[in-house]
Design a protein. Structure first.
Length: 415
């Protein structure tokens, strides 16, 4: 009887360790979670699905230790994982077995979906390679059951995702790699003078494969109201991506989404839709905040010195094919958006005699500015690429004026 009581105590302790491991996964402490699971396994070897949970931890730990290059996904950690868990390098076979193994815990153990997604994305990249031997050379694989030049990593050798103990969530700023602001907004052609047809000159840049980095967020289309996350570069002119979907919080935002109206500011999550698009369909990389240790979310808001189109009347916004009937203001963002204070903007007006040059609108000699509060963020329609031209005043255009992307200008703007 005493033995049975000890077994029950051990099982309860093992269940507690498993529960703590799940909490640690949510906090991004994958290494600590693995230790808890190993302790639970020691206390109760027959604990249900413990091997599956350890596999999830191994995947998250291995992937967290990978440094991505500027142009491709480093998939060597997948090969390492297969070597540790299998006797061959059949990646797709391994993934099918992995799905079967993790199926019982997909809805109960945090990090399971993320682990499957990480492996699937990495294997997809592997399949894009013309020869598997390219990866063999890069990872130092020789022979069927060993890795030379890439030792199996233990949990103590892999750095877990750092989580600040003083904050609830670990925020990561996603910045464009190898992209300066002049690079982002450089016109396709250089013009030595301003011509009467300057409105036809597009600011759209011809993007190259090296401009796209896995994990980046980009805006899509000429009038960009959709966002995507880059998965990997397929070819010199194509990119594999995942569409981001709005994650509304306020009641009005939820109703807005139900009406299928575009949401361009706020919180976003990765949707189910994936696609391969030509690089010509991208507008610009997006500065955003990523948060969430398991399921990533993205915060996208106007930033200082950006130009945006805003709805003049948020209460009468048309949807669908009538969307272009809306009237817009064109504004300059004066400071980064704040969750507490919103964002301060200056209204712009078209420079007389020009189609795409805009300057700050004045009232009694002062800029026309206004603060938009967080509850009004639906007022933003889309960002308009723009740049300032040094010495523009010699053409009779006010210094500090902006040259705007003509394809992103809404039809009905201004008074």
């Amino acid at each position: 009887m005493e033995k049975n009581q000890k077994v029950n105590r051990d099982k309860l302790e093992a269940l507690r360790e498993k529960w703590v491991a799940a909490i640690m996964i949510l906090s991004g402490e994958f290494d600590g979670a693995r230790e808890r699971l190993l302790k639970a396994q020691h206390l109760c070897p027959e604990l249900e699905n413990i091997d599956s949970m350890l596999t999830v931890c191994d995947i998250l730990l291995l992937s967290a230790g990978v440094k991505l290059s500027d142009s491709e996904i480093d998939c060597s950690w997948v090969l390492e994982l297969i070597t540790l868990s299998n006797t061959n390098y059949d990646a797709r076979c391994y993934y099918r077995k992995l799905v079967t193994l993790l199926q019982p815990i997909r809805d109960e153990f945090p990090g399971t979906e993320l682990a499957l997604q990480l492996v699937q994305d990495a294997i997809s990249k592997l399949s894009e390679c013309e020869k598997f031997s390219e990866f063999e050379l890069k990872t130092g694989i020789s022979g069927e059951n060993q890795i030379s030049g890439c030792k199996p990593a233990s949990s103590s050798q892999i750095l877990p995702v750092d989580v600040d103990d003083d904050v609830e969530t670990d925020y990561v700023v996603l910045r464009e790699k190898n992209l300066s602001s002049s690079h982002c907004f450089r016109p396709m052609e250089q013009h030595s003078s301003l011509e009467s047809n300057e409105g036809s000159k597009s600011l759209k840049y011809t993007w190259l494969p090296n401009d796209f980095v896995p994990g980046q967020v980009w805006a899509k289309e000429a009038m960009p109201r959709k966002y995507v996350r880059v998965n990997y570069v397929v070819s010199p002119d194509k990119v594999h991506l995942t569409f981001l979907e709005p994650y509304p919080i306020l009641d009005r935002e939820i109703a807005w989404k139900k009406e299928n109206l575009p949401i361009v500011c706020g919180n976003f999550e990765q949707g189910n839709a994936r696609a391969i698009l030509e690089v010509s369909q991208f507008s610009h990389p997006v500065n955003c905040l990523q948060y969430g240790p398991v399921k990533p979310y993205y915060m996208i808001y106007p930033m200082k010195d950006e130009i945006w189109a805003m709805y003049q009347d948020l209460n009468s916004v048309h949807k669908g094919n009538e969307h272009e009937r809306n009237r817009f203001w064109v504004v300059e963002i004066l400071a980064d958006y704040s969750d507490k204070n919103g964002v301060n903007v200056a209204r712009l007006e078209k420079v007389e005699g020009c189609l795409t040059f805009f300057c700050r609108e004045k009232c009694n000699g002062s800029d026309m500015t206004r603060t938009f509060y967080p509850s009004e963020k639906l007022s933003f329609s889309h960002r308009i690429l723009a740049f300032q031209v040094p010495g523009i005043e010699i053409y009779g255009i006010r210094e500090g004026s902006w040259h705007l992307e003509p394809n992103a200008l809404p039809l009905n703007h201004g008074r």
